[in-house]
Ligand binder design. Sequence first.
Ligand code: ADP
Ligand code: ZN
Ligand code: ZN
Length: 646
Amino acid sequence: MNYYLVAPAKTFHQTDNLLTYESEEKLAIGQIVEIPLGKKSCIGIVADKTAQPEFETKAILRTIYDEPLPKQLMKALFWLAEYYRCPLSSVVQAILPRGITKKRRNAANPLMSNKLDKTPENPLNAAQQAAIAQIEANPANTVLLHGITGSGKTNIYIELTKHTLAKGQSVIVLVPEIALTSQIVRNFQQHFQDIIIQHSAQTEAVRHQIWQKCLQSDQPQVVIGPRSALFAPVKNLGLIIIDEAHEPAYQQDQNPKYSALRLAAKMSKTILGTATPLIADYYICKQHNAVIELNELAIQNDKTASIKLIDLKDRGNFARSRMLSNQLIKSIQESLQNHTQSLIFHNRRGSAPLTVCDQCGWQSLCESCFLPLVLHADEFKMRCHTCGRTYPVPTSCPKCHNASIHHKGFGTKAIEDELHRLFPHANIARFDADTDAAQTLDKVYDDVRAGNYDIVVGTQMIAKGFDFPKLTTLGVVQADSQLSLPDFSSEERSYQLITQVIGRAKRGHQNSQIIIQSYQPENPIIQHAVQNNYADFYSYLLDKRHKSKLPPYTFLLKFSMTYKTESIAVANIRTLYKKITQYARKEQIQQLAITPPMPAFHERTGQGFTWQIILKAKSRADLLKIFDAVDKSPYLHFTLDPITLL
Ligand code: ADP
Ligand code: ZN
Ligand code: ZN
């Protein structure tokens, strides 16, 4: 008899461990099996061979596939459970496709996307060739390709993919969201036969077939998809490419909670490509001498893009509209006359509180975190959502002493109405940042590209990866709207968004005017973004992170508790706080900061009241130690390495 440790796809009596089973047949590590569990059966992954245990064991019911999972996925299984402390069963569920036990009728090749007609190939330019040589010579496991928008990163990805395939190895390409119209998907289709494209519109049956084909193929594969494409069971994985690597879409915030960047690095050599790297990634890659800079446009052109920064506080700039400046209105008018396109960008999520002085631009910030304070009108207090400190609500400006403190915000719908009023004959389209709208944009993409809309209004979704050849006016209604979110990641998100939006106009089809409106035109983040100065942005923000002991200088662990009644939430989070502080003292854990309990940013939700505690530590191992010592309850939630503390 053979004995095996199996990782089950379900928890059993709250335990979430490997379970021991027997099998007459010899099994391979990584094989997918069906096992009895309680009165039912479930799927599991053979994790290891083991000796005959003291207790009686049940027999494995059957093996589902002869082919075991490839080794990078076995590594992922254990690493995710260990590093993020997420339930093993949740990892098994993430790795295996849904409905894996179902018999499927074999449809003819539902998954592979055929090669598109060839467009003329772009030979790599000297800068691209140099970047490829540097990437391939770099011994680091993760290499950051810091290339400006339009530098031709896709061409580099394609060349690296060719090299990897030639070595008989597979490639996984991650994209933040899979729009079939996106450049990267189209370009890959032009170069490779039979690539595997994973996207959310595929049915369970199609996904299962794709997966099975991948598992059973001996050929090296190219897979393109969102973060879950990391779980494609390709053999001989040689390279993972992560495009737009700064995007929050690479973070999974439900179990198993993980960062696709960190996971990828555990699985294979990884390339992170972006014009606006997260400063933590830049910092880490810099330390390993693994940053490759690409500062040249792939297509040199003689088109100009002029950038104007408009002060939203100067109401003289807003004679005809409360939201759109005279300069922006004039530029839209010119574009209408020339039958070219205008793109008006506004981040709807900027509805979060921003308290500013209309006279001098002063903004209410936490004195220890340097982050914007949020007005809690019910308590009549300003609160820092990162450290929990509260402040009185200012009635007059502490800087200029005028009584001109204001709370700001409006959304894209209001802007659309305003544009209709100002330009009654224009053809206007609006795209908001929800998934339905993403579908719509995919559908009308050709219309938008062709210039059939005079004015396009939208949130950040229109800023990403799309090319607008007829664009001549680009307006950013309030460039600092994201800055007002009271979170440590707000500034880099702002920088990324502004850079991306400007990138839309800098692709060089037409001469264009870029008009950026802001309450804080002198804010360093806005300034660096407008000047396209990543280096200064980086050192500015890194310094702030250092002063406030935030990543990359520390690791974070967030605990939160949600209860129907606020008093119970408060009482229980206080108990937890006490236990954690006592434990940390007893174990003499150094270089650790624990914030006192405080309400979450979205304190009151349908689930009840949420309070949280944030731990910052120099050593991640210390955070894991504390985590392991805490009593778990269904009311307690946690995130290791959170990308936001809201
Ligand atoms: P990025 O992703 O770095 O912003 P893209 O990969 O979208 O840039 O490339 C920008 C544009 O430059 C695309 O239209 C692409 O076809 C073109 N391009 C890239 N490399 C070359 C090259 N070597 N020669 C000519 N055109 C190129
Ligand atoms: Zn003031
Ligand atoms: Zn604070």
